[in-house]
Structure formats: C-alpha cells, structure tokens
Write a protein of this length. Structure first.
Lengths: 284, 386
C-alpha cells in the first residue's frame, strides 16, 4: 500500500475570492487505488477545493499534479498580486488553467453535490454522451455515420456499464424520472463512462436515508475493485466516511487541520473541537 | 433493440420524404403559376426556404441552447454571395447601373460554357455551397468573441451583428460588390429552372427549392442524431455537467454556431433564388423574429415541428389570410374592415391563441417517426383495457 505511485498531488493551493480565502494553502496527496475523504464543517472549502482540482476555478496560487504531470498551476498576478492574503506567493511561476474537459480527457471525472444529469435524455443517452470524448469522428464522419463500428462499440460498453451498476432495467427512462438514489448512481456511472483514473465524488450520500447510504457504501467499494479507480470524496455522513476511507483530510475555514487514517482522525482533538464536537453538541 | 427501432424510424422518415418530393415534382408540372392554385406553389417555395431557416435556427437555439438572433444576417450573406456569383456577364452592367461591378464571374455561366446544361446546375450548386461557406466563415469570426456570452447577452450581440451586416451591405462604398442599397437581380432564379427530356420541358421552379431545403434538413437531422447532436443537447441541458464530462464547450458551441449559420446561408441563397431578387433591406431583424416564431410555434427542439410551423406560417400569411387585406374573406365582403393591414391583426391573434393552447409548440419535442410509434404503443394499451 505504501509504495504506490501518486495519483493526485495538491501543493499549497490557495483560492481567494475577493477578500475571502476559501481554501488556504492546501496540500494533499492521493496514491493510486486509495479512497480518500475530505471532510469539514459547512463552508470549510471542500467543494472549492474540488473545483480547483477539476479545473472549474483556477487557483489563486498553487499547483495540482495528476498522474505524474502538472495540470494546474497559478500564482498571484495582476490585481491579485497586491491583494493576495495567502502564503507561499513566490513559489510558482507558471500559469496553467485548463478547462474541466481537458482534465476529464486526462482521466479525472467528477459528480456534483446537486445532481446534474441531462434532464431531457434517457438513462442510456446520459451515459452515451459521456463517451463522446472518446470519439475519433469529426462532425462530417459523425453525420454520415462513417464510424458505425465505434458507435456500436460504445453502445455495447454503455449497456455493459449499466448492467454493472444495476441500471440496465431503466435504461430507456428519462434520467430525471428515476428515484433519488438511482439518480446518484447514474451520475457516478456517467463519470465512470469517461474511463477515469481518478473519481471525485462531491457528497454522494447527500439526502440519502441510512439504507441508501449503506448501499452506496457497498457500491463505492465495488467500483474501486471493478473499475480500478482512485477515489476522492467529500462527505458529511461519518459512518460512510469512516467505513470506506483509507485516509481522511479535514478542512476548517479553508485550512487543513488534520490528516490521517479514520482511527487517527477520530482521536484527533483538533478535529473533535472543530467539527465532531460541534456536531455532538448540536445533537444533544 | 435500440438499433432496430432507429432503423424503423429512419425508414418511415425516408419513405415520407420520397413521397413528398415526388408529390412536389408532380405539382410543379400540374399547376401553372397563373392558375388559381398557383399560390400553393409560392407557399411551397417560400415555406421550404423558411423551413430550412427555422430548422437551422432550431439546431442552435433549440438543440444547443444558444439563444442567437443573428439569423437574418447570415441569410443576407448567403443571398448576396449566391446572387453576386450567378449574375450572367451580359446583365452585370444593367444590374450594377450606378457602380462599376468589381466581381465579373458567374459560376453557372462559366461552367455551362464547358459542360452545357449540367454545368449550369453544378454552378448553381457550387454557388449555394459558397453562400453557406461565406455565412459559416463569418459565423466563425464573430463566434470567437460572442460565444463567450450567455443567453440574453448572446441574443443582443448577434442581433447587433445582423443589423451591422445589413448596414454594411447597403454602404455605397461597397457598391461595386454589393450594388449598395439597390437590389441584385437577373441571377439564376427558381422560376427559370427547367428540365428538358426528349423535347418536353419539365418545370423545376418549385421542386428545386424544396429539394435544397429537404437535403439540408436531412443533413441537420443526421447531425442532431449523431454523437455531436447528443453533445449539443448535453450542453443545452447542463453546461457545467457537459464540460465536466469532457465536452469542450468552446469547440462544440462553435461547431453548432458555424453549422447553423452555414445552413442559414444556404437558406438565404435559396430565398434569393425563389424571390428572384436580393436586397439587404429585406433581411431585417423582423425576419429573424418571424423565423423564431416558426420555431416556437412548431416546438423548440423538434425538427418536424419547425418544418410544420414554417409551412403553416407562410401559408397563412401569404395565402389563406390574404382576403383579409383585399376586402373579401371566406365569402364575406366587408371592404371597410378587411383593409390593408387587417390580416396582420388577425394573424397576431391566431399566433397568441396557438401559443396559449400549445405551450410547447405544435409538436413539443416529438419528431415525425414518434407519431407513428406512439400510435402503436397506445393501440395495445386500449385493447388491454377493453
């Protein structure tokens, strides 16, 4: 486990919006095959960190490397040069701001906190579209159906994927007509259709009951085995996090306050103070 | 199973299209423009042109979700390109009476010198494609800055572009090319298209515009049903998810915009062919609104709907409601009420009623093959109940 290669390396990432530092000097490492969770109270900057990693936002400062190559890098420049509130300003000199689709093409796929399925499409088409980036055809060869083999191949792959995730029986239904738990499952399947090396799940269990959460936990474990992916997830359901994570990063007010195995995190006093303690109070 | 379903749908559509074209060809021979039913031919000619324009707008506005209002501008580019490159040499000086024509090159004429009648047809075809390409090139140029904008902002920017194009084409400094604000005429026009087989002359004046529109619409349908069409729909449904799933937004929006404009250019060229004149003043933003109305009436996101919408729109405004302007309608003579302009009042009321009762347009998001399929699905259900 210990000597596996690094899949994702986040170095000194700071994301500043105006005068608000949403993520402050975050560094983390995810090794191949791991399941890593990012937890923290509301507004801790978890989703912002996700958006930086997947290219939605360009960070104010810092670098993200994926599968051994630097994919995102930035440093405070222009107006931000004067107003920068973070640390390590002089460390980086390159500007790399890829759009999310570039990173997906490299093998990074994500799901969203609020489900973002394509509403007017069937379950089958939702997954088929995610395979669009693997196409070799241009507009003309696609319009004149010159790549029938590719189309048929992708349709077979989609069917196989639907079988694995257990959605084959609803493949012709509209994506939005599915029950909530299945929509979540479909969104994960759609991300898997891009054949990612790294899968980022943004609160996959949000709004689920304990039964559904239990199923999801099993599902995520199954995905790791079947699809050979590394998984990073943001989650509030502590049962799920403690159950499946190999390691956990804890954010509070944009800063990394702790990292370690689930056991270490459960004992960490900083974490209990900042997060779990508050939850306990609220429950009592 | 999915593929057999698609194949069936494709066959139904294919048979319908073939029968439709055969019918048009027959009508072209049976009805003379001077007949009482001659109006039908004009409706079919203009209707098919507007159908093409509406479908190409639907590709952009309905399928990709980019709300663009620059259609008249691209049609103008197409119409002028087509007209300029098909005016015969002899007529150049008569057409450009106030200017010294800069372009003296008629593609159909040049080709017919070498290949005869077939050359003329080929030349018209090349001029049509050229018209599309010019519109597509312009779309690419203005798409670079404009496609970064969203919804209303994009609409305003493209609307502005269309108006600028119209103004530029009327500019007298460009007279040697565009003939300033004067109209272009005498170019290859639909009313002159004939096929001569063994001495008998067959009229093609309705068949050719309808054929052009049909072929182009089929091409658009093929694009919409391809992997690119699905990617466009993904962008419409959820741009953020589309980008996260590896669809390059800038590239795909540009492809959709350029393709849509290409067909708008061809539609403009065909319109010039049908009307026998090309004048920048005809391509006002009102034309874009008319086309948008056809798309909305037919159903945003349905190609069949756009076609039906535009045929009905043209038939109503050019033919059925004509009487409202000229004193006699449905046998009622009321010259005091049925005066010039009353037609538009009635027309607006009809449109309001249609929009109120068909919220999603006539077809919603359904297509032609869906209608056949739906009936089949419903039939066994009814049997089951009985």
């Amino acid at each position: 486990m210990s000597e596996q290669k690094t899949m994702l390396l986040v170095e000194n990432v700071t994301m500043q919006f105006g005068g608000v530092v949403a993520v402050n000097n975050l560094s983390m490492e995810v090794r191949e095959g791991e399941i890593v969770a990012i937890i923290g109270p509301n507004g801790a900057g978890k989703t912002t960190a996700f958006n930086v990693i997947t290219g939605v936002y360009a960070p104010t400062n810092g670098r993200v490397s994926f599968d051994g190559r630097c994919v995102v890098e930035n440093y405070p420049r222009g107006k931000m040069k004067k107003n920068y509130l973070g640390e390590n300003a002089g460390l980086y000199t390159q500007v790399k701001e890829p759009t999310p689709d570039r990173l997906t093409a490299l093998g990074m796929a994500r799901t969203f906190q609020n489900i973002r399925l394509w509403k007017s499409m069937t379950v089958f088409d939702n997954i088929l579209v995610a395979k669009h980036l693997k196409r070799s055809s241009n507009l003309f060869s696609a319009a004149f159906r010159m790549n029938r083999e590719e189309e048929a191949q992708q349709r077979r792959e989609v069917l196989a994927l639907l079988e694995i995730v257990g959605l084959a029986d609803v493949k012709d239904e509209l994506a939005t007509s599915l029950p909530y738990g299945k929509q979540r499952r479909l969104e994960i399947a759609r991300a898997l259709a891009t054949k990612p090396k790294l899968l980022l799940l943004d609160e996959p269990a949000a709004g689920m009951n304990p039964q559904e959460t239990q199923e999801l936990t099993q599902f995520i474990g199954q995905i790791r085995k079947d699809f050979d992916v590394t998984i990073v997830l943001i989650e509030h359901h502590m049962d799920l996090v403690m159950d499946i994570s190999d390691r956990i990063y804890v954010l509070d007010f944009g800063r990394l306050i702790a990292q370690g195995t689930p056991e270490e995190i459960q004992k960490n006093e900083k974490v209990i103070d900042a997060y779990l303690g508050v939850v306990d109070d609220a429950e009592n | 199973m999915i593929e057999t379903k698609n194949k069936k749908g494709a066959w139904i559509a294919f048979v319908c299209v073939f029968l439709f074209l055969a019918l048009i060809f027959a009508l072209d021979q049976l009805i003379k423009p001077t007949d009482k039913l001659g109006m039908l031919l004009i409706v079919l000619q203009k209707g098919s042109v507007y159908a093409l324009a509406a479908v190409s707008m639907n590709l952009l506005n309905g399928y990709t979700g980019l709300f663009s209002l620059g259609h008249a501008g691209f049609m103008l580019l197409g119409a002028y390109t087509y007209a300029i490159f098909t005016i015969p040499d002899k007529s150049r000086d008569a057409v450009y009476q106030y200017f010294d024509a800069a372009i003296r090159f008629s593609i159909p004429e040049q080709l017919s010198n070498h290949m005869g009648g077939f050359g003329t047809a080929l030349g018209v075809f090349i001029a049509l494609v050229l018209a599309g390409l010019v519109a597509a090139l312009m779309a690419w140029l203005i798409g670079l800055p404009v496609l970064r904008l969203k919804s209303d902002y994009l609409a305003i920017a493209t609307l502005g572009f269309a108006e600028i194009i119209r103004a530029v084409f009327q500019w007298s400094k460009l007279g040697p090319v565009t003939n300033g604000s004067n109209l272009l005429k005498n170019f290859a026009r639909a009313s002159k298209f004939k096929l001569e087989i063994a001495g008998t002359k067959l009229s093609l004046s309705t068949f050719v515009p309808v054929l052009i529109a049909t072929v182009c619409i089929i091409l658009i349908v093929l694009i919409v049903n391809s992997t690119y069409g699905r990617a466009f729909k993904a962008i419409r449904d959820d741009e953020i998810a589309a980008e996260a799933m590896g669809i390059n937004l800038a590239k795909h929006k540009m492809i959709s915009f350029v393709t849509s404009s290409f067909f708008a250019g061809v539609a403009g060229a065909t319109l010039a062919m049908v009307l026998s004149i090309a004048q920048a003043n005809n391509f006002k933003s009102a034309m874009t609104y008319e086309i948008l109305l056809m798309v909305v009436l037919g159903g945003i996101g349905s190609i069949t709907g756009s076609v039906i919408g535009s045929l009905l729109f043209v038939a109503a405004s050019e033919w059925w409601l004509r009487g409202l302007d000229s004193g006699k309608f449905l046998g009622i003579e009321a010259p005091n009420i049925f005066r010039n302009g009353f037609r538009l009042v009635v027309f607006s009321v009809i449109i309001m009623v249609v929009v109120l009762f068909f919220r999603k347009g006539i077809m919603g998001e359904k297509e032609l093959p869906d209608l056949f399929r739906k009936k089949k699905k419903e039939a066994p259900a009814k049997e089951g109940q009985a």
